[in-house]
Design a protein around this ligand. Structure first.
Ligand SMILES: [Ca+2]
Ligand SMILES: [Ca+2]
Length: 182
């Protein structure tokens, strides 16, 4: 009788395992497929005027879904940076350094990616690598007089108005060496 009970127990256990098997296998497969591969982003941050690498640029990696900053680094002496060991997905790469306009780009990371960005010096309207030179002042004056169209780089006081009087005042003061445009 005891032997028969034991046999029955084994049979029931076997049936339970068999019944659970498909969901166990499914769970295992699901687990494998949702594990994204770790990826790498590398790139160089350069000057818009001569494509030379810029050192000491802050580069942030933001998850585009959660908007959490998941990585933060600084460019080396030749403007290169990298992010390692994060999951594939949608991200923003943002480069910023004082005296330069920020630059951000969206990137869909599926494998290792190269993301290069260029930075524009604030107040360098003619893009010759010198902020608040005479050529920049001439351009600002002409845009204020509506002789040429300006763009967002002409909004030095960041009030949303391109080539306004406030922007001209800032450019004048920078040309005179009273302030440094940032
Ligand atoms: Ca200039
Ligand atoms: Ca303005």
């Amino acid at each position: 009788m005891e032997q028969s009970n034991r046999t029955m127990q084994i049979i029931i256990m076997s049936l339970v395992v068999l019944a659970l098997l498909p969901s166990l296998v499914f769970a295992a497969v699901q687990h494998v497929t949702v594990l994204p591969a770790p990826t790498i982003i590398t790139g160089q941050i350069t000057h818009t005027n001569n494509n030379a690498g810029i050192p000491d640029v802050s580069v942030n990696l933001t998850n585009a879904t959660t908007m959490n900053v998941v990585g933060s680094t600084t460019t080396n002496g030749t403007g290169y940076y990298n992010f390692t060991n994060f999951n594939a997905g949608d991200y923003y790469v943002k480069a910023s350094k004082i005296r330069y306009w920020d630059n951000t780009t969206a990137v869909n990371v599926t494998a290792d990616e190269t993301v290069n960005l260029s930075l524009w010096l604030v107040g360098d309207l003619n893009n010759n690598g010198i902020s608040a030179g005479i050529g920049d002042l001439v351009l600002m004056n002409r845009a204020v007089l509506w002789e040429i169209p300006g763009d967002w780089r002409w909004d030095l006081n960041r009030n949303g108005r391109i080539a306004g009087i406030g922007d001209l005042v800032l450019m004048n003061r920078a040309v005179l060496g009273e302030i440094i445009l940032t």
